[in-house]
Write a protein that binds this ligand. Sequence first.
Ligand SMILES: [Mg+2]
Length: 360
Amino acid sequence: MSASPLETPRKIIHIDMDCFYAAIEVRDHPELADKPVAVGGRSSRRGVLTTCNYEARKFGCHSAMPTFKALERCPDLIVLPVRFDAYRAESKRIRAIFKRFTELIEPLSLDEAYLDVSHWRSSGYAVAQEIRREIRETTGLTASAGIACNKLLAKIASDWNKPDGQYEVSPEGVANFMTSLPVRRLWGVGRKTAQRLANLGIETCGDLQKHPLTELHRFFGKFGAELYHLSRGIDSRPVQPSRERKSVSNERTYPEDVKSFTEGIPKLQELWQELCEDLEAYHAHRRIKSAFIKLKFNDFRHTTVERQTGTPEWAIYETLFEEGWERAGERHVRLIGAGVRFQVSEDSRDRATQLTLFED
Ligand SMILES: [Mg+2]
């Protein structure tokens, strides 16, 4: 799974816009500069913040927080309605900038993407600086970047000097970087897993590295093997441009287990909505083959329910969710995912070949 030492390390950049939606609102409403601003649902009971700016975060507000709670912490908080059209338009402009640097772009959402710039002679660090400068000049918005030899490390690193900064984990620095990294920062480790690891005396990736693969497998099943590699900073997943992707999905691990079908429905609906937005923004030209949902239970097992369809309507997801929930039995759900699989056409296979040539 690890790259051989003779192989040239890849140059992967993770770009993450700084509180994207809120930043766009402040840019478009200059009178809001320096004020705590959030974007989200404003209804008093069910509304939640989609995002908020750094002024609001100083008061302890954060995304996914119920709006009424945020207003308790910060009574002057300005909560604006979500304007996805505006965010999508901005996201398009940013993607056009990415395209000047590489063909290998994997968008994660409207404001986040992985870029593989291995073909550049300049350092990944210098390329990231240039991309961020162009984003700022074109859109008036700031981005942060992480630079590393793989997606796992690049994503963690983009958080390091946020906002408006960048951080590089050099290939020689990986071992050192991982030793002190809290396990919570690893992909897939939520509060519950972190707690289970803490019970075993594991707080950092360095602690995790002391445990053999067989033992981690015994405790965590398949995920244990993943932990074994992730804790060493090993991640060989390629940057996958959207047109090569076989599927796209959104999933979320919840801080509190989801205990019932009715409790899960609004969560699924949120995921489905985001999925539709991503499909429209990035995959509008793709033909959909099927819809699926994924559930991970509190015993770490998971299940997927899938159905053939060309249109990912809400009703289908609701049915799939019902079917998935029947498999839960006594168990609670810690992760919900919603996604689609695409038709793989001759055309996209040709393009994939072209990309491989380009990469060389
Ligand atoms: Mg962001």
